[in-house]
Design a protein around this ligand. Structure first.
Ligand SMILES: C[S@@+](CC[C@H](N)C(=O)[O-])C[C@H]1O[C@@H](n2cnc3c(N)ncnc32)[C@H](O)[C@@H]1O
Length: 206
């Protein structure tokens, strides 16, 4: 059985009891270094993923997941821009997958800014450059948006080139000690470096 486990945004405080229990009862644990470091893992076979897509395929090919228990750790919630899609693309039979939901970066961002996220369009540009046009249309239509950037400097360049010049909230490293939350104009994003863990919000007043 494969337990696809959402680990939340990164701090241990946001792990669910179910995530902890499934990790402790699984024989194999697969995850990034960052994800693995959240758990007290003893007497398990551990596989560290560097490239989630390729490494996951190779690792799963070595494990008899129909007979044994495997925990796969996924950032935030696995069902939002996470490893569920990757797993299904590998044609794993759904009967052998149980998803343990986690707290998504979207939820943490909404909580930090005190906004009700049902009022927002949610979109990821993460590995989906084609969604930039969707984001552009949302912003042209003055929709409120929460988005995961692909490369925020490049994304900002694209939006500015297409006539969008707005201030956005940038939320970096949420729940970590170096968490940063600030408002910034897209023009100022162009020459700035952002953490891999960055989520953006347009329209949140707080
Ligand atoms: C592969 S996606 C996974 C999204 C994840 N499934 C979720 O529900 O948040 C990784 C992206 O999620 C966002 N993210 C995840 N954790 C974050 C955090 N602690 N702070 C800010 N953004 C985060 C960033 O945009 C990051 O590049």
């Amino acid at each position: 059985m494969i337990y696809l486990i959402g680990i939340g945004p990164g701090s241990k405080e946001y792990l669910t009891l179910s995530a902890i229990e499934k990790v402790s009862s699984s024989k194999y644990i697969i995850g990034s270094k960052r994800a693995l470091s959240l758990f007290n893992i003893k007497d398990k076979e551990v596989f560290t993923l560097k490239n989630p897509v390729e490494d996951l395929k190779n690792t799963l090919s070595k494990i008899n997941y129909k007979e044994e228990t495997v925990a796969i750790l996924s950032t935030g919630d696995p069902c939002f821009s996470g490893l569920l899609k990757t797993l299904l693309k590998l044609n794993i039979d759904k009967d052998f997958i149980e998803v343990i939901p986690g707290i998504s970066s979207v939820q943490i961002a909404a909580a930090k800014l005190k906004i009700s996220w049902e009022d927002y369009k949610i979109i990821t540009l993460h590995g989906k450059k084609e969604n930039l046009n969707k984001l552009l249309n949302y912003l042209k239509n003055k929709e409120k948006v929460i988005f995961l950037p692909n490369n925020l400097s490049e994304d900002a360049k694209f939006l500015l080139k297409n006539g969008i010049n707005i201030d956005i909230w940038v939320l970096e490293n949420l729940t970590y000690e170096d968490e940063r939350i600030y408002k910034i104009n897209l023009k100022d994003c162009i020459n700035k470096k952002f953490s891999y863990l960055t989520i953006c919000v347009y329209g949140g007043e707080s």
